[in-house]
Write a protein that binds this ligand. Structure first.
Ligand SMILES: C[S@@+](CC[C@H](N)C(=O)[O-])C[C@H]1O[C@@H](n2cnc3c(N)ncnc32)[C@H](O)[C@@H]1O
Length: 409
């Protein structure tokens, strides 16, 4: 096993803004330790899991059944008994819990100050529209998503932004900086792809659903500064933080709205040129996801574009890889992760009225910020099963009258 790897960028490389929580020496050291542990697990330790599978677990299974495991569920049942896998998996889970506790203690000790700074950006602004009466979906409140205490929606006090501040300050650690100093590599990848492959596409109205703190919609709003951008989410604390963060970064063309993407009845039919979701669909319940995709089809203008950014789907991948990619479903409080990555996306999007002939899938890599994460001779393409910034971008163009006729011909 190769022991050569680059170190993750240190936490001082995180992009700061006026709302960003301040961190003391020991808090920074804790984040740096956790980023290094994360990277160590996903580069040096992870190959041993495959070695344990090939060298120990799979031959045992073959001896018993006369065949190799055929589904990821069979691989999981087998590997759950393997001591090396148990060790790697327990460390990965503990790293996530420690990262959440590190971010949370950092944020809670300065919560009053953060809430005041956010309020100074937010008060009186019609670009932040909250709705205290919005019912939160059960699947959102029932689980502390990826081990975040209180998830995205819990407010400790009125006007709270702590969930957003925790998300913003610690995600660099979880992703070991691979999404860039502003954690916006996904949004940058989409805007770069649009400029490169669809240079004539100039959206005037853009919608992002499940925006959280706007990490990935901010770069699109910057790329299309004349566009009117709407970013919706059900969770008020992350919207308060996201709105203030955008203002602090000097981005003024986004309106953050608290709403449920399943039913955006205040937004008119066919009123958006571009609708995006990033790292969002995998957190939706199986009932919610088709409803949101249908809303997107309703809201797109003819000729408009929907773009979704996710980790790759499982279909066609070796069962061992599927099992490793599915780790989050069982161990990281991401209950819908596996279901979403199994879905036949073409069929589901097709059912919303956006035909397969108008759909696309492109593999993009999040744009790595080389100022913080320079390429080195040690860079390798080795698989880390879900932490590297390799994304599946898929979506559809809504047919216009003429493209409908062309496809019919
Ligand atoms: C994984 S985060 C999305 C990350 C974000 N798009 C980014 O690029 O950083 C999921 C977000 O979806 C929100 N959410 C979940 N269900 C929703 C729904 N039905 N409508 C709107 N937002 C929803 C949650 O509150 C949470 O902020």
């Amino acid at each position: 096993m190769s022991m050569q790897r680059k170190a993750p960028p240190t936490w001082d490389k995180v992009g700061k803004h006026a709302l960003f929580p301040e961190a003391k020496h020991d808090e920074i050291a804790r984040f740096n330790f956790l980023a290094n542990l994360n990277m160590h697990l996903s580069s040096d330790v992870i190959p041993g899991v495959k070695e344990a599978y090939d060298g120990r677990a799979r031959p045992q299974f073959f001896a018993q059944h006369g065949r190799d495991p055929e589904t990821r569920h069979e691989v999981r049942a087998l590997m759950s008994e393997d001591p090396y896998y148990q060790w790697w998996s327990a460390l990965r889970r503990s790293t996530m819990e420690m990262r959440q506790q590190a971010g949370r203690s950092l944020v809670l000790r300065q919560m009053d100050k953060l809430n005041k700074v956010a309020a100074s950006f937010n008060e009186g602004q019609d670009t932040l529209q909250l709705n205290d009466d919005l019912p939160l979906p059960n699947y959102v409140t029932i689980v502390d998503t990826h081990c975040m205490p209180g998830s995205y929606h819990t407010a400790e006090v009125d006007g709270d932004v702590s969930a957003g501040a925790n998300y913003d300050s610690g995600i660099f650690v979880t992703t070991v900086g691979q999404l860039g100093s502003m954690t916006d590599g996904g949004g940058r990848a989409i805007s770069d792809w649009l400029k490169r492959d669809h240079g004539d596409f100039k959206p005037q109205r853009i919608l992002d659903i499940g925006c959280t703190i706007g990490h990935n919609i901010v770069p699109l709003a910057q790329a299309f500064p004349d566009a009117e951008v709407i970013a919706v989410d059900v969770s008020a604390p992350v919207l308060r933080y996201g709105h203030a963060r955008a203002k602090a970064l000097g981005v003024n063309n986004i309106t953050f709205i608290q709403a449920n993407g399943e039913s955006l009845s205040d937004l008119a039919n066919e009123s958006f040129d571009l609708i995006t979701t990033s790292m969002f669909l995998h957190e939706l319940s199986t009932q919610s996801m088709p409803k949101i995709l249908s809303e997107i089809a309703r809201l797109l203008k003819p000729g408009g574009l929907s773009v979704h950014l996710e980790q790759p789907q499982y279909a066609g991948r070796p069962v061992f890889e599927q099992f490793m990619r599915d780790w989050d479903t069982w161990n990281n409080n991401e209950p819908f992760w596996g279901t979403m990555h199994d879905v036949d996306l073409e069929a589901m999007i097709g059912n919303t009225g956006l035909p397969e002939s108008h759909q696309f899938t492109v593999a993009v890599a999040a744009k790595v910020d080389e100022s913080i994460f320079p390429k080195t001779e040690h860079d390798s393409d080795s698989e880390d099963f879900g932490r590297a910034a390799a994304w599946n971008v898929f979506g559809a163009w809504k047919p216009t009258q003429s493209t409908k006729q062309e496809s019919a011909a």
